[in-house]
Design a protein around this ligand. Structure first.
Ligand SMILES: Cc1cc2nc3c(=O)[nH]c(=O)nc-3n(C[C@H](O)[C@H](O)[C@H](O)COP(=O)(O)O)c2cc1C
Length: 187
């Protein structure tokens, strides 16, 4: 698909289904992510693919990492457990927040965020749907431990990828004039 058309038309897909994302598609998504700008080429980002039955194991981690989960209704527990099943592929975008004399923490996280955006656009360009989600579980230490993150790694997003299973909204037509000013110095 034309690159500009993808950038201008992509929307998130909240409902996704099979068939599975192919290995070739997965590799393309990761290659796109790895083209994100990266100050000093520190390579702060990595991506964990959760597919197939591994999604059920992650669902159990999501449930048991939720504070007071035993007190939740069966329906709420099922909802938490089933979260990773919302798409055939879940990519956990991880940022290594290492200290560097020239690259502040924010720039590392932004770089991983740019990687996620590249994944969303690459998925769209390949005719797949995707959505970037976070929520409390992205910032939960038990989830980080369950996914075997190092102490200096953060979850930037859970990117759900699959085949679109809903009516997609149209990309809103926003007026650039509301978001763009042309600065001129005061004399
Ligand atoms: C950092 C980040 C975290 C997000 N977390 C969630 C989330 O947990 N749940 C959700 O429904 N949408 C979340 N969103 C929003 C969706 O990814 C999406 O951007 C939004 O639904 C608007 O859709 P659009 O991308 O088609 O404009 C998040 C977006 C960002 C940038």
């Amino acid at each position: 698909m034309d690159a500009l058309k993808t950038l201008l038309e992509r929307v998130s897909a909240p409902q996704l289904t099979g068939p599975d994302v192919t290995e070739t598609q997965l590799q393309t998504l990761i290659q796109a992510a790895l083209r994100a700008p990266d100050h000093a080429w520190l390579r702060p980002s990595r991506y964990i693919a959760v597919q197939g039955e591994a999604r059920e194991a992650l669902g159990r981690i999501f449930l048991q990492a939720t504070p007071h989960w035993r007190e939740l209704s069966d329906e709420k527990q099922r909802k938490l457990r089933n979260m990773p099943l919302r798409a055939p592929l879940l990519l956990v975008a991880v940022c290594k927040v290492q200290s560097h004399p020239k690259v502040p923490r924010e720039e590392l996280l932004l770089s991983t965020g740019a990687g996620v955006q590249n994944i969303l656009n690459a998925a769209w360009a390949m005719g797949l749907g995707a959505i970037w989600r976070t929520g409390d579980l992205a910032y939960n230490d038990q989830v980080k431990q369950g996914l075997e993150l190092a102490a200096d790694e953060e979850i930037v997003g859970f990117v759900y990828v699959g085949h679109v299973n809903c009516r997609l909204k149209q990309a809103p037509q926003l007026d650039s004039a509301d978001f763009l000013t042309k600065w001129t110095p005061k004399s």
